[in-house]
Ligand binder design. Structure first.
Ligand code: ATR
Length: 277
């Protein structure tokens, strides 16, 4: 049995096994890591996860759409997971209890810093109000950014505004109200990319200067970044860097060693480009 695994649905495109193989190769650590496809219905995810840990699993990554359910089943939470309300990394502790962490926020922040994008007064438009968005709001606010939150279902964005209102400068606005180019960074945290679609944003928010960041990645440009390019955006990045950064922080959480991010990101980018040819 593999000691580490990623749980999600869908899961077969997950790059996590490759990333951890590269990290552990660099550090010289034996690190078996598998993909687990869990059905969404009922409580099968919870049963599979407990079974994995009962049979010797040491650590798990949790991806779409289970991050909120993972939060609910952990025995203990790190501060950042408790504040995010979602879990993407679990560690089985010596006493058998499951400790949940969330490395998405630090992953995004590290990637935005790598791209030299983030300023303490950046005005960030965050599109989406699901698990992916929730994981990154607090780190952005803590950094000093103003966060404007929007979502197809406005009530979900409004609920997050309320939840985080004492943590920093955050406001929820309905999608139809976003008609002016007021943002330094626009982050797509919706799950639209998986379906090959984009969130219904007005073209008037895109300028040549705004930085467009998609948490999603794929072989070639994502649908959101294609759309941003078409509207004249010059600076775009997909979420591959965030993926590698959050995995590096998960690796640190499990093994107390921080692996190198840049060589792994370079290798993955090359592999993705070669696959899209
Ligand atoms: P995740 O954990 O990846 O965030 P999620 O909790 O299901 O998954 O959230 C998905 C996000 O993508 C939500 O913000 C969702 O909007 P709703 O709250 O209105 O459902 C957004 N989303 C999904 N499909 C969308 C679409 N076609 N257009 C706009 N937003 C979409």
């Amino acid at each position: 049995m593999d000691a580490f695994s990623v749980f999600g649905n869908p899961i077969n495109h997950s790059q996590s096994p490759r990333i951890y193989a590269l990290f552990s190769g660099e550090i010289g650590l034996s690190h078996s890591y598998a993909r687990m496809l869990s059905p969404i219905e009922g409580e099968i995810f919870e049963k599979m996860l407990h079974q994995f840990f009962n049979m010797g699993g040491l650590g798990a990554n949790i991806t779409l759409p289970f991050k909120e359910r993972a939060y609910a089943l952990c025995n203990q939470l790190t501060k950042r997971a408790a504040l995010a309300g979602t879990v993407n990394t679990i560690k089985k502790q010596m006493d058998g209890l499951l400790l949940g962490d969330n490395t998405d926020g630090i992953g995004l922040l590290n990637d935005l810093q790598r791209l030299n994008l983030l300023k303490q007064d950046s005005r960030v438009l965050l599109v989406g109000a699901g698990g992916a968005a929730k994981g990154v709001i607090l780190p952005l606010l803590d950094y000093g950014c103003t966060v404007v939150l929007t979502n197809r279902t406005f009530a979900r964005a409004k609920a997050l505004e309320k939840y985080y209102q004492d943590s920093g400068d955050i406001i929820a606005l309905p999608l139809p109200c976003l008609n002016t180019p007021d943002y330094d960074i626009i982050i797509n945290a919706t799950s639209t990319g998986i379906k090959g679609t984009i969130p219904p944003l007005s073209t008037s928010i895109i300028t040549p200067e705004v930085y467009c960041y998609d948490m999603f990645y794929q072989e070639g440009d994502t649908p959101f970044l294609k759309w941003c390019h078409q509207q004249g955006a010059r600076f775009c990045s997909d979420g591959l860097g965030m993926l590698v950064e959050q995995a590096a922080s998960s690796f640190l959480f499990w093994h107390n060693i921080m692996p190198s991010v840049l060589p792994v990101l370079k290798t993955l980018r090359l592999e993705l480009t070669q696959r899209s040819k």
